[in-house]
Design a protein around this ligand. Structure first.
Ligand code: BMA
Length: 312
């Protein structure tokens, strides 16, 4: 199916976007964006980043039966920073959620903002009521992280995006116990000269398919009017996900709608959550203009076909 707006197949923006806005919030919120997403007890559950007007963020649950309408938003913050944890001094941002088989719990990787810079932290939960903090995983500056939903060759795998020498590539690290991390390596670099030349970072957690792990990522290009955030895709080898098998040359989702162009940060689409339905519909949840939550859908088989055909 060709998308009329981009002349590309694949993602269609939901006609009633944005699906969540600060005006809907049950308590004062300046911005609601960049949500983690899972299917839990038959409902789509978003853990939404909420920024208050001091500029600090926390996470709040929103639930919907069809993942599109009738969102039920928690009346108070679900997971917020505590003075007991130095790394959360300036708030909690941009969660990614996986069901982690080996821990029999959801693993939430999020940005905890310490005075030393942004860190990737981990928390485990079974019910989104009680959270067990596992602490920061790697030193700052680091963001855009997710665990793989299961161990591979007896190790946990973390995708993340440290900034080193001012360069922002996607990295992979390994751990036997979720505490000690090593074998750090670049998984996918920013591509000089391309639309994703200045930064790349993971979107939602990697999605397991028979063809490999589908990776949806954001790519940044600095322009005369600021950073432009667009979205590309890659496929990682199923058994050895440190191998990138395919990568789309071009972007597949870009800001164009009013809610993506007018907000606190114009020109940003920033996916952080995905839900794969049984009929093959992939729901991609993204932050729009650092202000709203929006939804785009695609068929998983079409995405994989596209990667096979066009992925270099
Ligand atoms: C990134 C993160 C995201 C934000 C994006 C666009 O560095 O801080 O939270 O959505 O920039 O402003």
């Amino acid at each position: 199916m060709i998308n009329e707006e981009t002349n590309l197949p694949l993602f269609r923006k939901y006609e009633h976007n944005p699906i969540l806005t600060p005006a809907q919030w049950p308590y004062p919120a300046a911005s609601v964006f960049n949500p983690g997403a899972v299917k839990h007890n038959g409902e789509v559950l978003l853990l939404v980043r909420v920024e208050d007007n001091r500029g600090f963020s926390h996470l709040t649950l929103a639930k919907s039966k069809d993942g599109k309408t009738n969102w039920e938003i928690s009346p108070s913050p679900t997971f917020q920073s505590s003075p007991r944890y130095h790394e959360e001094r300036w708030g909690i941002e941009d969660p990614r959620i996986v069901w982690l088989e080996e821990k029999n719990a959801y693993a939430i990787t999020y940005v905890s903002f310490s005075i030393g810079g942004p860190l990737v932290s981990l928390a485990l939960t079974k019910d989104f009521v009680n959270f067990r903090r596992m602490g920061p995983l790697v030193p700052p500056e680091d963001k855009d992280a997710s665990l793989f939903p299961r161990m591979i060759k007896n190790r946990f795998l973390l995708i993340h995006r440290p900034i080193i020498r001012g360069e922002a590539h996607i990295w992979l690290s390994f751990s036997p116990d979720l505490v000690h991390w090593g074998e750090h390596q670049i998984l996918m670099p920013a591509r000089q000269g391309w639309w994703d030349q200045d930064k790349v970072g993971l979107g939602p957690p990697p999605i397991e398919t028979p063809e490999g792990w589908l990776l949806i990522y954001h790519g940044v290009r600095r322009t005369a009017s600021g950073n432009l955030y667009r979205v590309g895709m890659a496929l990682l080898d199923l058994e050895e996900p440190w191998k990138v098998v395919r990568r789309t040359p071009g972007w597949v989702l870009a800001p164009s709608k009013v809610y993506e162009q007018i907000g606190f940060v114009p020109g940003v689409v920033f996916p952080t959550g995905a839900v794969l339905e049984e009929d093959g519909e992939l729901k991609l949840y993204y932050g729009a203009a650092d202000n709203y939550v929006a939804l785009a859908t695609a068929n998983i088989n079409e995405l994989l076909e596209y990667l096979k055909k066009h992925g270099g």
